[in-house]
Each structure stands twice: as C-alpha cells, then as structure tokens.
Design a protein around this ligand. Structure first.
Ligand code: FE2
Length: 388
C-alpha cells in the first residue's frame, strides 16, 4: 500500500503483535492457500499481453478464444514465477465485460484465491453475508476438473475461489497451452505481496469489516490520517490479512486535505471502488527495476534529496545508496527489518491502476516512512493531469 500507516507503526512497536496471536482465538473458516490469479478486463487483450510480456517479463502460459470454442471473449494467461495474470477482452458488442470496460476502463475484475474446497468457501462466506457472484461450478476437460465459486467485494471487483487439486491442465478447463515464439526474459517478479483496494468516502471500515467478518481476516495495520491530511493528498488505510498471512489486502479511503485526494482521483476515473495497485515481490529490486526501466516502464520520480539523510533514517543496509539513488528505489525500516520499494506510474490510460515492486528484507510493514516522498511524487503526477 501507499506508505500510509505511520501512526500505527508506532503502535505496532508498542504492541507485542503477531498474526498467530490474532488468529488463535478463532478457527480459520476460510483457509486460503494463496492468490490463484488476477484477471483484468481490458480493451485489447492481445496488445496488453504483449505489454506484460515485453515490459514486465511475463511468460506466455495459456489461451482461450475462438480457436478453443469461445464465441464471445478471448483470454490470455501470463505467468511469472507464482504470479498469474489473465487478460480478457470481449469479442462481441454488448454484455457484461464491455459494460465493465466502458465504466472502469482497463482494470482488475477478479482476485482469485486458491482454496482446498471452493464449495465450502462459498457457503462459509455467503452465510456470513457475502453477495454471491458465481455459485460453485464444476468445470472439466481431459486434464481433470476444477470447482470455482465467487463472491463480490468492493465495487464490481470479485473474489473467485479456485479448487484445483484434481486438475493437471495448464490453467483451467477450456484453456490450451499458449505457445509463442516471442518470450522475453522474466524481470525477477516472484509473487503477489499484497493487493490494494480503493473504496469510497467513509467506506474503509465497512470493507475491513467485510474482510473480518465474512472472510475471517484480521486487521494487521491501520493508519488514520489527520495532520498529514492538511499538507498532502490524503488517504486513510487499514491492512487486512488472512490467517496464514499469504493474502494481504490494504484498503484505502480518501481523506480531506488541502489538495484532492489521490484516492478521490482514482474513484472519479474508475467510477467507484476498485483495485489500486498490485504489489509484486522480487529478490533483487535493483535488477528488476533496471530491467523494467530498460523495457519502457516509467516509475514515480523521487527527488535526489530523498537520499541525503537516508542512512540516518533507515540505518545500515546491504545496498549501495548511490545505486538505489540511481534507480529511485525507496527504503523503509520497521522493527523487524527493512524493505525496498518503488511504484510505477499508472499502467493504463485512466489514472487508476499501477504496480508496486517490493523487496522485503525482514520488514513486514508497507513502507510508512516513504509516504511523504511518495505523496509528493503523486501530487506532481496529479498536477500534470490537472486533477489536484
Ligand atoms: Fe503497496
């Protein structure tokens, strides 16, 4: 998330906090094995797929479209280590996907979660009040079967539960292996660290409650903005995590400030709540970021003065400060270690979705110490768009 939990980081330091402690009291009624895939509805999946391969190092994985018997849409599946993205575009006029794209532009529709039992996941969440999106559905082909089910979360975003222990195919039934002669090298992205949702004014607690009560998550960090709001494009944020800590969903809401909240700008262009950024983890942020830059990705610009008192702020680090400065990489420390992170500019035409690159060296937080530099960088982008 956008470095926004400063107050609570202090609280964290004072509180003997551990996920285990939080979850010991209640059984995990929704055990999640990890993120299964993230599906984006986009205007042109073929060209988007080329971008994700070229600029972000994703690999061709699977395909479904006219050639596999689909009549109304096409989907490209891309993979990099444990990260799986699906890009879907409608092939006919009308229908839900076209409407979604008209409303939101290119954006994340599905955050799919890997489960042992998709039927139970559906029952447990809907009986606690989740709005159903997809009843438990068995899909099969010669490689076995999967069961998927789904519920709505904020805005029009949905969670699909994927049960795939009886499937050995490339992705899901109906997809075939996507063979391509164009295979750019990966850039070192490993897994999804967290996925951030932007929700409307005063809706943060509603959605934290949703993840708490309906999905059995616990709040691990919160940041409630007050004095910061008067100077910077303000937001409030809480981070929800599932029991094993593999799934972390920070939830942002806009806050009043002197300038227009970056979250409000998102809501204006996305026409409501949705996914703001995917934070993707790497083991070597310098090599990942330099590869992405070479391939055309633009990152938020941080002034060189950020590095002047860096070591005083974060203490000893393994990396050379000059190298971090050259690449504009941000560093923050918490009581357990430090992290390095960097944010792309928005990667779609509307100022909505972007990507965070993160490397954790012990730190379990989200970069609170960087919020000022980041907010200023975002303000420069907003000013250029005339939306500040
Ligand atoms: Fe983040």
């Amino acid at each position: 998330m956008m470095a926004a939990e400063i107050k609570n980081l202090k609280d964290l330091k004072n509180t003997e906090y551990s996920l285990k402690k939080l979850f010991n009291e209640a059984e995990d009624f929704l055990p999640l094995l990890g993120t299964d895939y993230v599906e984006l509805y986009v205007g042109n999946a073929k060209q988007s797929a080329h971008f994700y391969k070229t600029a972000l190092g994703f690999q061709s994985e699977a395909y479904a479209g006219l050639e596999t018997g689909l009549k109304d849409r096409v989907s490209y599946v891309l993979k990099q280590d444990k990260i799986r993205l699906v890009l879907t575009t409608p092939l006919q006029k009308g229908g839900e996907i076209n409407r979604h794209i008209e409303e939101h532009g290119d954006g994340v529709k599905v955050v799919a979660l890997w489960v042992e039992d998709a039927t139970k996941a559906f029952e447990e969440t809907t009986k606690r009040g989740a709005k159903p999106y997809m009843k438990p559905t068995r899909e099969e082909d010669i490689d076995g079967y999967v069961v998927r089910s789904g519920i709505y979360t904020y805005g029009e975003t949905v969670h699909i539960f994927v049960e795939r222990n009886n499937y050995r195919g490339v992705f899901l039934p109906g997809y075939r292996k996507w063979e391509s002669h164009y295979n750019p090298e990966p850039v070192g992205l490993k897994f999804i660290d967290h996925i951030v949702g932007n929700v409307g004014w005063n809706e943060m607690n509603t959605w934290c409650k949703f993840y708490g009560e309906i999905m059995g998550f616990a709040q691990i960090v919160s940041f409630v903005d007050d004095d910061i709001a008067t100077d910077y494009t303000a937001l409030m944020s809480k981070v929800m995590s599932n029991g094993n800590g593999r799934i972390k969903f920070p939830i942002n809401e806009p806050a009043e400030g002197k300038k227009k909240s970056q979250i409000e700008e998102y809501l204006d262009f996305y026409n409501g709540p949705g996914v703001q950024h995917l934070a993707l983890a790497t083991n070597d942020i310098v090599s990942t970021v330099s590869a992405m830059r070479e391939r055309g990705i633009e990152f938020l610009y941080v002034p060189e003065t950020y590095y002047d008192d860096l070591l005083e702020r974060v203490g000893d680090i393994d990396e050379d400060v000059e190298t971090l400065k050259k690449h504009g990489i941000l560093i923050d420390r918490d009581e357990e270690g430090y992290l390095l992170q960097l944010f792309t500019k928005t990667i779609v035409d509307r100022p909505t979705l972007f990507i965070e690159i993160i490397q954790r060296k012990g730190a379990k937080s989200f970069g609170v110490g960087n919020f000022k530099a980041l907010f200023e960088a975002i303000e420069r982008e907003q000013a250029a768009r005339g939306t500040l």
